[in-house]
Write a protein that binds this ligand. Structure first.
Ligand code: GDP
Ligand code: MN
Length: 390
């Protein structure tokens, strides 16, 4: 689960990361008022959306006066920002963060991620921040410092100092960096985060460290024990298809194609998506109905796939081991009868109780397209997208 920059800053500040003073604004008038509260000098107005890359997308601007802040806020609020991270859907801007402007001498990068290879929290840092870390890995790979934290000891102070030295920091900045790194680590660990990122972490003209941006993501599976984090969820920023699916306990990822997929098993789902591509189509989603799916669950999967208006055909592909083809078939028939389906459905069943499953499909009297193999199913789904002209 992602949260907004202002929420991440509030959390990190509580753990000891220095951040500029700032406040939220939901309207242009409030943005102006906030700018005055901050002293009336130059301020930065920042779109609050669940995405980085706001700067280059026009979502962040240094404003010279409270009046300028109001004008920029008026132009920004209600807009949909498309950044390099959002995809074409973009994210709508309904709140702004207004912050006292900082005099920047240097922009650095500091990130905490879960390194799956070492199964540990890893710090990634660079003395060149402000841009995307992916770019940095290409343009200046040597500037990236990586450090793995041993869970037995936690972050040890000498590691944080080593990091500060590696970034070229000197004097009091070293102690400041140690404090920032420790604070981020504690926030990450104590709140079940999966990512903490400060980009840019800047050195001010006066030589102090301060976080100008902050990003945090959290482990959804741990939210049950992090109520205060769960409360930060902003559904307006989520893909409505995915929110709906997750609310119903389905593993769903929305994609850009038009072939809706209902599949059991993540591996088979991936393979099916590949086969659709090979057949010349594009999947509208990834959906794994999981093992032991009841007819009701299959029906729910149909509802989920149909929340996407782009879907032109539904492909059901089941290789039943724990699942039962007859249950899945019943679910398909139920869905077709109750959901007023307007799109063709291709069904491929294989495995446990397959004969019974096929009988249910055959005797349903519904215009279901059947297939025996995965390749056949993909071909038929692609063909079923465009009804053949009479
Ligand atoms: P992102 O593009 O979504 O990552 O948003 P950021 O919060 O990182 O802002 C983008 C850029 O705006 C930063 O890299 C800074 O260069 C600039 N910026 C943000 N705050 C300030 C500020 O207080 N003063 C100045 N001069 N620039 C700022
Ligand atoms: Mn940033």
């Amino acid at each position: 689960m992602d949260i907004h920059e202002h929420q991440a800053k509030e959390i990190l500040a509580r753990f000891g990361v220095p951040v500029p003073p700032g406040a939220l604004a939901w309207s242009p008038e409030q943005a102006e008022y906030r700018a005055r509260e901050l002293g009336g000098g130059p301020c930065v107005v920042k779109a609050q959306i669940h995405s980085g890359g706001r700067g280059e997308a026009g979502g962040v601007r240094v404003c010279k006066s409270p009046d300028a802040a109001r004008e920029f806020a008026a132009a920004l609020l209600g807009r949909t920002l498309v950044t390099r991270q959002t995809g074409e859907r973009g994210r709508s801007v309904d709140r702004l963060w207004v912050e006292a402007a900082t005099d920047i001498a240097q922009e650095m990068y500091l990130g905490f991620v879960l390194d799956r290879k070492s199964e540990r929290i890893m710090i990634v840092a660079s003395r060149h921040g402000g841009m995307e870390i992916e770019d940095l890995a290409e343009t200046d790979p040597d500037s990236l410092v990586r450090m793995v934290i041993d869970p037995a000891t936690g972050l040890v102070e000498y590691q944080a100092r080593e990091l500060a030295f590696a970034l070229g920091l000197t004097g009091p900045q070293v102690a400041q960096m140690v404090q920032v790194v420790r604070a981020c680590y504690r926030a990450y660990r104590d709140l079940d985060a999966t990512m903490v990122e400060i980009n840019p972490l800047v050195v001010t003209g006066a030589g102090d460290l301060i976080a100008l941006d902050a990003k945090m993501s959290f482990d959804t599976n741990a939210l049950f024990r992090r109520r205060e984090v769960a409360a930060l969820r902003d559904r307006a920023q989520e893909d409505p298809r995915e929110s709906y699916a997750h609310d119903h306990g389905l593993a769903y990822v929305g994609l850009d194609g038009d072939i809706g997929c209902i599949i059991n098993g993540a591996g088979l789902a991936m393979a099916t998506m590949d086969m659709i591509k090979i057949a010349g189509g594009a999947p509208a989603n990834f959906l794994d109905i999981g093992g032991g799916a009841s007819p009701e669950r299959v029906c729910q999967a149909f509802r989920t796939v149909l929340t996407d208006p782009k879907v032109k055909v539904i492909l059901v592909n089941i290789f039943a081991g724990i699942n039962r083809c007859d249950w899945v078939a019943e679910g398909v028939v139920q869905a077709c009868r109750t959901l007023d389906l307007k799109v063709p459905v291709v069904v491929r069943l294989s495995g446990t109780n397959v004969e019974e499953g096929r009988r249910i499909v055959r005797e349903s009297g519904l215009p279901l397209v059947t297939a025996d193999t995965l390749a056949e199913a993909a071909d038929r789904a692609v063909a079923a997208r465009e009804p053949v002209a009479a």
